[in-house]
Design a protein around this ligand. Structure first.
Ligand code: IDP
Ligand code: MG
Length: 159
């Protein structure tokens, strides 16, 4: 029986700039190597309806129309990742928004230069992550399975 903490989920999007630059495998690999569990993945084209909800905190910003056009310029890869305190762990892996000043070693710090074209989205709080995973995935698209490496990724009292 797994401890509930390892069931925390977060939403990651591989953004259109990363799709164009052939970085899907590199980005997915960062999360895999960290020891996270992939519980949902799909390619999808975003429309204004989902983008307006997803970026509701930015709709009144002057850059919102160009951000929406960027996010519609190709499909994205949507992923749900699971793990202990995964929301925070994934934000740290991604690095800060302005990629050219993001910490070296982070995904944005290593792979991008732009504020807007910063290769990934990651949910910023546990509450937002729950809403975002629901927004991008139907219940049946989220998978429940045992990952054999968990006994090496977590100590016994963490899993
Ligand atoms: P986050 O992706 O690091 O959580 P947010 O502030 O939530 O950053 O912004 C969402 C996305 O909107 C950013 O990742 C980036 O693509 C875009 N964005 C944020 N601020 C700006 C800006 O000042 N100019 C252009 N695009 C921006
Ligand atoms: Mg954000």
């Amino acid at each position: 029986m797994e401890f509930d903490g390892v069931k925390e989920k977060t939403l990651v999007l591989v953004k259109p700039d990363a799709i164009q630059r052939g970085l899907i495998g590199e980005i997915v690999g960062r999360f895999e190597k960290k020891g996270l569990k992939l519980v949902g993945i799909k390619m999808m084209a975003l429309d204004d309806e989902i983008l307006t909800k997803h970026y509701s905190h930015l709709t009144d910003k002057p850059f919102f129309p160009s951000l929406a056009n960027f996010m519609k310029s190709s499909p994205v890869i949507a992923m749900a990742w699971e793990g202990l305190e995964v929301v925070n762990a994934v934000r740290l892996l991604c690095g800060i928004t302005k990629a050219r000043t993001a910490e070296a070693g982070s995904i944005r710090g290593d792979l991008a230069m732009s504020v807007s074209c910063n290769v990934v989205h990651a949910s910023d709080t546990v509450e937002n992550a729950q809403n975002e995973v629901k927004r991008f995935f139907d219940e049946e698209e989220l998978h429940n399975y045992n990952k054999s490496e968990y006994e090496h990724v977590y100590a016994e009292d963490e899993r």
